[in-house]
Write a protein that binds this ligand. Structure first.
Ligand code: AMP
Ligand code: MG
Length: 350
């Protein structure tokens, strides 16, 4: 075959020179690059935060700037490589198009141009608005949370840039940029910044933000649930801490809960820092958003873990922008799943 790599289609599957199928190779590279650039935007903005002061003034504008900036960067990068692709993103640019939003818009434009030069205001706003796709079961689309865990971001704590590719309603690729996650959980004061990548049926890997060397990750092999640690949201409004404590007591779990913001919780289970992640509804009417789970789902699933809702049902990413048929989320190392779900169902009466 004269050419090194034959494009079998514009997207998805490629044939290598040897004729073997390389799935989502280009998507993987582009997604890693896009998330890496968005991480730079978020890090720059976060480094300018004087957290206590910002929080005291309840000034949310830094997180707003980073949120919009990261969404603009990721979508611009995706569209450069895959011009026809659709994106379900958390943000839209309507606020930036108002007179009151002009100052924030200027800031967004400045931060985006620092990593993607020569982007006009209009190009940046259009890229952000490209994230308004409705999702669903047909064709392919990306889903993006430009800053997952905004409360953690404002505290100077954990947050994630989460990007996933969904084909016909199924997640097939996930990238989680975790700029503040310690590289080694055993050394919380050591170097920080991890990027998790997973492609369906190809396993999950982690790398640091500045070194492309990838290392496989896998969940714990704990089978005795009383030895497990579980993670949950820092924000009690996002997941019921009280119910989690009841479930832990029922399972004989004595390790204290490990509370971190964002999809870093999926990453923590994927690399074995914890064996369980509980996200227990605090309101009956809340619908989980696909961008809050798709990338984490892929990473933990490919690391050997299992994800379901609180009744043990698989997450259904084919229904649009939310997981409207699911309630809450339970993640485990797989081996503990049935036992954890039984306890969750008993305590929550579902
Ligand atoms: P976490 O950092 O895990 O607490 O999750 C942050 C995400 O929680 C945000 O991206 C929101 O989309 C989502 N969220 C907001 N309100 C709720 C709620 N009532 N229940 C569950 N998740 C929520
Ligand atoms: Mg989020």
């Amino acid at each position: 075959m004269p050419v090194e790599m034959i494009r079998a289609s514009d997207q998805g599957v490629f044939l290598s020179a040897q004729g073997s199928v390389v799935v989502y190779e280009k998507e993987r590279l582009v997604a890693i690059e896009a998330v890496g650039k968005a991480v730079l935007v978020c890090q720059t903005v976060q480094s300018t935060l004087v957290s206590a002061e910002t929080l005291a003034k309840k000034d949310k504008s830094p997180v707003t700037v980073a949120d919009f900036g990261a969404q603009a960067v990721v979508i611009s990068e995706l569209l450069k490589a895959f011009p026809g692709d659709k994106v379900v993103g958390e943000e839209d640019a309507s606020q930036l198009r108002t007179p009151e939003g002009a100052a924030i818009k200027d800031n967004v434009v400045r931060h985006v141009n620092a990593v993607l030069p020569n982007q006009s205001d209009d190009q940046i706003l259009a890229a952000i608005d490209h994230g308004t796709y409705s999702g669903g079961a047909r064709g392919r689309h990306w889903t993006l949370d430009p800053i997952d865990g905004t409360k953690g971001f404002l505290r100077g704590d954990q947050y994630a840039i989460a990007l996933a590719l969904i084909e016909n309603g199924h997640v097939v690729l996930g990238v989680l940029g975790c700029p503040n996650l310690p590289v080694d959980a055993a050394q919380p004061e050591g170097p920080r910044g991890c990027l998790f990548v997973a492609v369906k049926n190809e396993g999950a890997v982690v790398r640091t933000l500045d070194d492309p060397m990838e290392k496989p990750v896998s969940v714990t092999d704990i089978t005795d649930v009383s030895q497990a640690s579980f993670c949950e949201s820092v924000e009690a409004g996002h997941s019921s801490h009280g119910h989690a404590a009841e479930i832990a007591a029922r399972l004989g779990v004595t390790n204290p809960p490990f509370r971190i913001d964002s999809q870093c919780k999926y990453a923590a289970v994927a690399r074995g820092d914890a064996s369980i992640y509980l996200r227990l509804p605090t309101r009956a009417d809340y619908e989980e958003k696909i961008w809050d789970h798709a990338a984490g789902w892929m990473v933990v699933t490919e690391a050997g873990g299992q994800v379901s809702d609180i009744r043990g049902e698989p997450l259904d990413f084919s229904l649009g922008r939310t997981l409207r048929d699911n309630k809450g989320v339970v993640v485990t190392n797989g081996k503990l799943h049935d036992e954890v779900i039984e306890a969750v169902r008993t305590v929550l009466h579902v």
